[in-house]
Ligand binder design. Sequence first.
Ligand code: GMT
Length: 378
Amino acid sequence: MNIGIVCFPTYGGSGVVATELGIALANKGHKVHFMSYSQPFRLNLFNENLFFHEFNVNDYPLFDYQPYESVLASKIVDVAVYEHLDVLHVHYAIPHASVAYMAQQILKSKKIHLPYVTTLHGTDITLVGRDPAFEPVIRFSLNHSNALTAVSESLRKDTLKTFKIDNKISVIPNFINLKDFQITREHCVKRKYAPNGEKILVHISNFRKVKRVDDVIRVFHKVLQEVPAKLILVGDGPEKANVEQLCRQLNLHHEVVHLGKITDPKEILCVGDLFVLPSETESFGLSALEAMAMKVPVISTNGGGLPEVNLHGKTGYLSNVGDVNDMSANAIRLLKDEQLMATFRKNAFERAADFDVEKILPLYEQVYRQLLSKEVVI
Ligand code: GMT
């Protein structure tokens, strides 16, 4: 198949899923055409089946807001015509679903049918999508998507609660390529961060409010009172300065390592003992899945789709949002009990295997094939 993929190229789960999906499809022999305003941060183009079509949204002094949607729709039309796309897959509803609809209509005027799949990732529904200003456009473009997928059952339900959707929403969870996580822990340079054998807690996110990174710091503060430990923070974003401030206030700045944006977190996860994800809500929690694939148990909240990934008392623990005491008690219990930790590590890895690309990729291929098998008269 010739597949077009539209995604945001920035540091975030939807871009990672879109990129990993494109790579996996290309490895299976499909031709994959990415369209984005810059190269997605995890996209490596060393594959004869992968193509990247960049578009530039020029800055015209007349506009306060640049016409991203129009430029993207034109790019989709161009790529569809010249690369003979069979199907278009857009990631993140806003604004990609309505752009896909517009491109589809333009192509129709050229007697070309391009079916599109919209994948909902989370904040496009649970945060940004809640803004009533978007409602008519989101509802319309989701109802007109030729296929609609959500990354968890929780997100599917949230979407149905928030919008009047008549379209069927299929759940296709996030995935990892387990083969890429086969770094043996003996090769991990833990000593660099924990020279005296301290336990290592890891958090990875884009430091937005929804991630509640200050709770990570508070959990770590309590853990430190019982277990010698270090905290590695990966990522950057609007809350970063506040988080650094809190570390100073709690006198933790020598115990916390800020690594900024890292393209591939595997080597960091590899040195981790626990992954902490105290988000307000998380439609799936791809970073938690990546940690589990690296045999790192997860201390998380129970919001959104997290319970569909992190199994309470097996692969980690779930707590109510903001319950720092419970999260730290769970973390301490695991860190102090080596046998329990070994069991959780094994469980985490086994659970992650349920989300291996080999199991999830066919689900997307099936969606594409169903669209292609539909007879459309234009
Ligand atoms: O987690 C983020 O902040 C990025 C965001 C995105 O849309 O790029 O991630 C969302 O999509 C990921 C991939 O499907 C999910 O694993 C994340 O849980 C989801 N984030 C939230 O729901 C907050």
